[in-house]
Design a protein. Structure first.
Length: 355
């Protein structure tokens, strides 16, 4: 059960490993839009005290939204896990740690005045320091990825089946300690490790979907019906059921990404996938500002429509911030400066989720 075969970096598993993987970018684009949508919709509904039509979409995506993101994050690990520890830690730990520190400081800076009004500035300082133990806000994904990378490399000598059994047990155990890093690690490690372990099979699934689009569409329709039915029935959080829905949804997103890549549709979604971490880091600013503006003015009475607009602005606004920052010389917000590299820098290296 060890990973085998060549993992390509284009649409086919036979292609050279120099280009980007088209369907992976589409899949990541779907995932990051769903993440922004979830935070936008739930934030609007909490502030407004009512739900809208977007709530249904968030509920539908919940079983597979993060499982797919983590599975894809582990997908390219077989290509780099044999690197020496210095290079590995640079690309998989220091890389994400740098952006976590930068962006947790930015996010905290925006929220600090509100915290100070409640508890005083002394406690605000303690809360900031705590964010390096307890992941802050939306940044827990960035915080947790290096942990997964290190754990996977450290456990390479352990039989994969044993790790998979333990990871599955952790997901079904519903561990709740109150600490985000621990709880999310237990809930998500099975998906990350499966992406690493079964990478050749994931690429094979994509190849089949590309060759048989009609069958793939039929499978997607069946999956959507089952997923929606289980969610509506209220069984999506049940033990084992959640695990099955997580993997089924991940396969569905992979298939969807492949079909979109095959048809060359929705290139904007692919662009979002190529820059998914950029969106993940920066979307909170336009999202929060748009939510506050729309709810305070009341210019749009429908909560569902407000949620949709906040989602769209969150995605586009994050990309706009990224481009504006680069043009203004603030590259350090999205590109790691040379001083923070502990291994030789690869030419053209920038912020990427799966190097």
């Amino acid at each position: 059960m060890t990973p085998s075969g060549t993992i390509a970096a284009s649409g086919s598993s036979n292609a050279p490993a120099t280009a980007r993987v088209d369907w992976v970018d589409y899949a990541k684009g779907i995932c990051i839009v769903m993440v922004v949508m979830m935070h936008s919709v739930l934030g609007v509904e909490l502030a407004a005290g009512e739900t809208g039509f977007m709530h249904v979409l968030v509920a539908f995506a919940k079983p597979f939204r993060m499982p797919d993101f983590f599975l894809i994050s582990g997908l390219f690990l077989p290509l780099v896990i044999d690197r020496d520890w210095r290079t590995y830690l640079d690309r998989k730990v220091v890389h994400f740690a740098y952006f976590y520190v930068v962006w947790v400081t930015i996010q905290f800076g925006f929220k600090a005045p509100a915290f100070a009004a409640e508890t005083g500035w002394h406690d605000v300082g303690l809360l900031y320091l705590e964010s390096f133990i307890e992941p802050f806000g939306t940044l827990w994904f960035i915080y947790l990825l290096p942990v997964f990378f290190v754990v996977t490399k450290l456990t390479r000598r352990i039989p994969p089946l044993a790790i998979l059994i333990v990871a599955t047990a952790l997901e079904t155990a519903r561990i709740t300690t109150g600490w985000t890093a621990i709880d999310e690690f237990c809930a998500r490690v099975v998906y990350f490790y499966s992406g690493y372990l079964f990478a050749p099979y994931v690429f094979a699934l994509s190849d089949r979907a590309r060759k048989h689009p009609g069958l793939a569409l039929a499978a997607l329709a069946a999956w959507a019906l089952v997923n929606a039915s289980v969610v509506a029935f209220g069984a999506s959080e049940w033990k084992i059921v959640s695990l099955v829905l997580g993997f089924a949804g991940a396969c569905a997103i992979i298939t969807s990404g492949t079909l979109l890549a095959r048809a060359h549709w929705l290139n904007a979604l692919r662009f979002c996938g190529e820059n998914s971490i950029v969106i993940y880091l920066a979307f909170f600013l336009p999202m929060a500002a748009t939510r506050t503006l729309l709810l305070r003015t009341g210019i749009i009475p429908d909560i569902g429509m407000v949620s949709l607009i906040v989602t769209i602005v969150g995605v586009i606004g994050a990309l706009a911030i990224w481009q504006a920052v680069l043009r203004l010389g603030g590259h350090f917000l999205f590109e790691r400066p040379n001083v923070f590299w502990i291994a030789p820098k690869k030419a053209g290296a920038v912020l990427q989720a799966a190097e």
